[in-house]
Design a protein around this ligand. Sequence first.
Ligand SMILES: NC(=O)c1ccc[n+]([C@@H]2O[C@H](COP(=O)([O-])OP(=O)(O)OC[C@H]3O[C@@H](n4cnc5c(N)ncnc54)[C@H](OP(=O)(O)O)[C@@H]3O)[C@@H](O)[C@H]2O)c1
Length: 289
Amino acid sequence: MILVTGANGKLGSATIEFIRQKNVQANVTALVRGAVKGETLQQKDVELRISDYMDYSSLLQAFEGIEVMVFISSGTVVNRVHQHKNVVGAAKEKGIKHIIYTSFLKASDNTPGIFLDHTETEKEIMASGIAYTLFRNTYYDDLLPMLVGDALKTGHMYYHANNAKINLASRRDIAEALANVALHAELHQNKIYEITSANAYSFPQIAQMLSEASGKQISYTDISYEQLKEGLKSTGLPEGVVGMIASVSKMISQGMIDYTDPALENLLGRKPVDLKDTIAAYVKSNVNN
Ligand SMILES: NC(=O)c1ccc[n+]([C@@H]2O[C@H](COP(=O)([O-])OP(=O)(O)OC[C@H]3O[C@@H](n4cnc5c(N)ncnc54)[C@H](OP(=O)(O)O)[C@@H]3O)[C@@H](O)[C@H]2O)c1
């Protein structure tokens, strides 16, 4: 039996959808934090397991009879390593055979900030002796609006990228690949996949693609980290949000998202969604709204 955690979230719910689409017979259950959160899944006849990563005994109950777990990293970053250790510990205690974990691109001891949680979790999973597949996901392509800002209105795009390229991936593509692996876990034992789309792009290239898709000239100016932070502050965004957006730019400007790997394409058996397509869809929805 397959269990998908974070099943009320965007990645987990899409993964369940793909598993059922690909194999109607698949025995898939959903871990959610409460019955209300699982209502939509229940309406689709998905069996629910109610649990919280913070609550070890509820995890033990939720893991009854589970062989393969798609372990979606927690959306709650406070004490996340503790939450994840609970999940791995309970999985071991209940004899789960395979964990498919959603980590972060090139996770290592040098990974900064909250992303280091993934490195710690990977280590915990590997030490558990349970077979694993690590999905080291790059940023989802829904980061795009944050990078573009109001460029479609003003014709100017400003960011702190320091000439680095970025590789973003579609969340739905990642969900489909997770479903493929969950349905054939035995083929992916103890594998680490760096999950990216097929192309990384520079910010001038992104501005060029925006120009082509919108028919409006969009220029790109690379600014310093401090300028980016000041600009964000001047829009009245809360300090925490400014810090979060600025920290993303720091990773990008250090080239940490400038990485391309064929793993996602191989897992999907087709080309992943390209940022060019995401930009076209983004422009279309912004022009129509
Ligand atoms: N690669 C990227 O660009 C990127 C971006 C954002 C996040 N992420 C990571 O990828 C994960 C999946 O992405 P997503 O888009 O599906 O995020 P999401 O829609 O925010 O889903 C996060 C899930 O985590 C669950 N969760 C939070 N705290 C939990 C706890 N204590 N115990 C059990 N479950 C808990 C949430 O449950 P509820 O529904 O009950 O709240 C939700 O289902 C995120 O959780 C985050 O770790 C990656």
